[in-house]
Each structure stands twice: as C-alpha cells, then as structure tokens.
Design a protein around this ligand. Structure first.
Ligand SMILES: [Zn+2]
Length: 84
C-alpha cells in the first residue's frame, strides 16, 4: 500500500510570520470595537486574535476571553440604558 504524503495544514508562510512576530512583535489590526471600551485585534502576520486584559495588556483571545467580553458588553449596555 502506497502511503500518501499529507500536506501540512498550516502553510509554511504562517510559521515564518509567527517567528517574525516573536522577533518584531505582532502587528495588531482592530477587528471589533465594543460599545464599552473593549476591543479585539488580529495580528496581520500570524492571524492570531487578541484582546486587552484588565490591565490594558494584549492577551490571546480565547473562547473564554470572548465570553467575558460579551458578558461585560451586555452589562455595560444594560447599565447605560438604565442611567439615561
Ligand atoms: Zn503575530
């Protein structure tokens, strides 16, 4: 039986970009701006997603982080609608 060589899922360019990110840092592009001050970013090189933590530092946008952002956003909108 002849084995088929599988092509890697991640293109090599992405790996090189990831290395460049390690050296030069990520190039963040704003992808989402919430009504609250929260923002979400994507690195134009390695395509990884980031958000800001409570200290204003970039942190990877995990599903958990996104959920926290959404909960906070809902809380913010509810609060704003009550005060106005
Ligand atoms: Zn990057």
């Amino acid at each position: 039986m002849k084995s088929i060589e599988l092509t890697p899922l991640q293109p090599k360019r992405n790996q090189l970009a990831a290395v460049a990110c390690k050296i030069f840092g990520h190039k963040y592009r704003l992808t989402k701006r919430y009504q609250s001050h929260l923002k979400e970013f994507e690195c134009t090189h390695c395509k990884k997603q980031y958000t800001l933590d409570g200290y204003g530092h970039y942190t990877p946008l995990t599903p958990k982080m996104r959920r926290i952002n959404e909960v906070y956003e809902n809380f913010y909108i509810t609060k704003m609608s009550r005060t106005s």
